[in-house]
Design a protein around this ligand. Sequence first.
Ligand code: CA
Length: 553
Amino acid sequence: MKRFLRWIASVLCAVLCLLAYAQNQTTTGGGVGEPISLSSSPVQMIDYNKGLEPAACDDDYRTTYEIFVSSFCDSDGDGIGDLNGVRQKLDYICDLGFDQIWLTPVHPSATYHKYDVDDYCAIDPSFGTMEDYEALLQDCHERGVRVLLDLVLNHTSDTHPWFVAATDYLRALPDDQEPVFEDCPYVWYYTFSREPYDGFVPLEGTSWYYEARFWSEMPDLNLGNDVVRDEIASIVRFWLEKGVDGFRLDAVTSYVTGNPEANVEFLRFLKDTCTSAKPDCYLVGEAWTDRPTIATLYTSGIDSLFDFPFADSEGVIRQVMNGGYAASDYVKAMVSAEEAYGAANPSYVDAPFYTNHDTARSAGFYPQDDGPATKMAYALSLFMPGDSFVYYGEELGMKGSGKDENKRAPMYWSDDASAPGMCAAPEGMDDVQMKFPSLEAQMTDDLSLWRWFGEVVRVRKAFPAIARGTTEAVDAVSDEGVAAFVRRYADGEDVLVVMNLRDQAAQKDLSAVAGNLRLAAVLNTSEEAIAFENNALSLPAYSIAVLTFDAQG
Ligand code: CA
């Protein structure tokens, strides 16, 4: 009798497995490469999305990893992250699906962050050599990964030879004499005045003041001056000739403080200078400001600007996840952004991000959350169209807020501070307690944040519409907790995205959406499965379904 029951059980199991296999064959979307494994992970997304392959990408719609160089990976044991460390982690970066990296400044500088440059055409020795940088470029390009150089043009360091020459000259100049351009053109590289204007600081040992908006040790460059522009043009050409793919432009709203028209004009100069040296050079600017100002800056023709209104602790994403905004407001905000930016520059590429080296890390935004809300928040950012940026360590839910050093904690490769690659904490960093485990531990957990990130990026890249399409709200499906939108891109490639952003399951009737819908990818934060049958979509708490429109009949 026992043997008979076992036989019945094994026959039943075989039939169920066959059914499950057939089901997967009909519901799994996008270039299915290999048969679905029947070893069945308890997490639906791991099996379900397995066949998804990234669509070919040679445009600007990338998924970009921001690396704070000194805290990422130390290759030589001095505690400082470096270029060879980045090279060692390229497989890690590519396995997560990133196809572009932005390194924070690599130029010689006395600070750990290096946003005060001493020499724009060299590499800081603590990060490596120019040969290391060239090797990094080559390694990246072999993998199809583009490299963005962080270009800090608003100011130099006060130890930059230009500023030293200018200030030495002014200190030696008799008080009753005016500087002469031919004697020291470097005076015109900055803005000196005998008046203490707003944003100016005194030049010690003289009666002069100089513009330094951020810090007395970061004098502002006089970007309206042609001698400075000639220098910038040669710097840009120097790096483009090395093979750099583009630039991340620091502090563009401060180029000419409080003068958006002048900033537009300077950005246009930069864009023209870059494209004349390399037609596909990509530029993304940091304009920490509101949507109308960002839209104005897009009239310069710059490719991308970081989409600050969605980011940080007060942005759309956090507001949606903590209930301050409805889920449907996320869709509305995307539609408004696309209208505003598209009107300013029809070929713009949005640059969504959630956090960066200047903001608090997102794991601290949801103190009660043990993972799902943190995961969904990042998916909101990665499901926005454009070139999506992710700050290193966010894929692990690293923590860090308060003083800047805390936001730049050593990449949490391992719990063991002496493990290979681990960096020392930036000087002055508080004792930051991590909330989620290290990479080592997360790699063994099918429901870890790290695993989630890889799956979200996999889905983003498998459907070109997600990064490249135009958002169309689906009001019949969206509500307080569910965001639904169609991303229109090309015939047969549009996708419907439905996201349950709350901790309760949601049932949604999709019959209001015209077309022959097929469940193509799933993102779960739990072992509860997403189901789709007869236009009825069941979404467990904190989950996402991506549906495609199949040809009728
Ligand atoms: Ca090092």
